[in-house]
Design a protein around this ligand. Structure first.
Ligand code: NAD
Ligand code: ZN
Length: 390
């Protein structure tokens, strides 16, 4: 089969490799019909994530058709059309039973967990196509992919919904939704969302569906702010305005009721290896950058909630803990428990409440992946979301 493989920093190739095979009874093999490039794939492309090996197959946002099943999978049949969560979960451990599937104890082998804990502070579940510290699983930017724990990790989707309407159930739609849900939005709330990337875009739309009266989107990329405005968000360009002053003014000095950090550490220009160095020195992020999490804590109204889908690793220092404590704030975060949200969000898509395909900017062939990675890295404003069709 053809597959998009990582060969080193900024070296992505479409190679011919052996087809995947059933390894365990709970596996399925999926023929991939659509797969997307995620902003976090760019961190692999850019060589920021350690423990990649030359020849690793990329991709954690994908869907397709079941073509083979292990003996232990009884709830799927060959030819079922399915979307697959980017987090791999056994469905049976302490955490999976609590629907905390991104914290599954069984999907990331122990030796990888040691590495993940050393580098990230803690190991979440295994992920598709995302390095050997997160399981070393082959990803879905390929013609075929092996899905472990397929009985809990393959969600059937109805024929009348196109790939483009359901593909993002694999990651960014549930991530944006959980970000909004974690913000504890009450009717009439004003929600400030830093980052108008794919995650921010779905957080904006989810916040309105969960009762927000106003959503304020903060970014500096004009195309992304325009997409936010299409969803009725008010927008702030942080290069043109003083974000903290603008938020205070527009909320009568009280601050937004809920603040969502959909930026994370990478957008601050910090590579993972940087973070590791800093973690060793026990310092972390300095105060020299516009630090979104810090802004969110200071901007948020008393008694409000901070939701943080944005990913951080290592140490973060100089957080205003005094403001955090004395304003009585709540902080909720985590890798997304994708499995939990598949069914309710599928219902939202069917009802027309959310139209996930609005974020797609490019539709390309698998063979065009190397160029797509390079362009996505350099022109993020134009390349909101790239979908590949193997
Ligand atoms: P992205 O890089 O496409 O978007 C981030 C946006 O933040 C960009 O548009 C950038 O211009 C903007 N930005 C940068 N600095 C900013 C600042 N100081 N203020 C306001 N905006 C700023 O990323 P994405 O794909 O939308 O993902 C966002 C975050 O969510 C990343 O950290 C990603 O790793 C994380 N993520 C988490 C999960 C999860 O399970 N929790 C899943 C997917 C992605
Ligand atoms: Zn589990």
């Amino acid at each position: 089969m053809r597959a998009v493989r990582w060969h080193g920093k900024k070296d992505i190739r479409v190679d011919t490799v052996p087809d995947p095979e059933i390894v365990n009874p709970r596996d399925a093999i999926i023929r991939v019909t659509s797969t997307a490039i995620c902003g976090s794939d760019l961190h692999l492309y850019d060589g920021m994530i350690p423990s990649m090996q030359a020849g690793d197959i990329l991709g954690h946002e994908f869907m397709g058709e079941v073509v083979a099943l292990g003996k232990g999978v009884s709830n799927l049949k060959v030819s079922d059309r399915v979307v697959v969560p980017f987090t791999i979960a056994c469905g049976q451990c302490f955490f999976c039973e609590k629907t905390l599937t991104s914290l599954c104890d069984n999907s990331n082998p122990a030796d990888n967990q040691d590495l993940a804990e050393a580098l990230m502070g803690h190991s979440p579940s295994g992920l598709f196509g995302y390095s050997h510290m997160l399981g070393g699983y082959a990803g879905g930017q390929a013609e075929y992919v092996r899905v472990p724990f397929a009985d809990t990790g393959c969600f059937k989707v109805p024929a009348h919904l196109s790939d483009e309407q359901v593909l993002f159930l694999s990651d960014i739609l549930p991530t944006g939704w959980m970000a909004a849900e974690n913000a504890d939005i009450e009717p009439g709330d004003t929600v400030a969302i830093w980052g108008a990337g794919p995650v921010g875009q779905f957080a904006i739309r989810s916040a309105f569906l969960l009762g927000a009266e106003r959503v304020i989107a903060i970014d500096h990329r004009p195309g992304r702010l325009a997409l936010a405005a299409e969803a009725k968000a008010e927008t702030l360009n942080f290069e043109l305005v003083d974000v903290m002053a603008a938020l205070a003014e527009t909320t009568g000095g009280r601050g937004p009721d809920r603040c969502i950090d959909a930026v994370g550490m990478e957008a601050h220009g910090l590579a993972i290896d940087n973070i590791i160095d800093r973690a060793k020195q026990a310092t972390g992020l300095g105060t020299d950058r516009p630090h979104v999490l810090r802004q969110a804590i200071v901007a948020c109204r008393k008694g409000g909630t901070i939701s943080m889908p944005g990913v951080y690793g290592g140490m973060v220092d100089k957080l205003p803990m005094g403001a955090f404590v004395n304003k009585g704030l709540t902080l909720k975060t985590g890798q997304t428990h994708v499995h939990r949200y598949m069914k309710p969000l599928l219902a939202r898509i069917e009802a027309g409440d959310i139209k996930p395909d609005v974020i797609i900017s490019h539709r390309l062939k698998l063979s065009e992946a190397p160029g797509a990675y390079a362009n996505f890295l350099n022109k993020q404003d134009e390349f909101t979301k790239v979908v590949l069709q193997p």
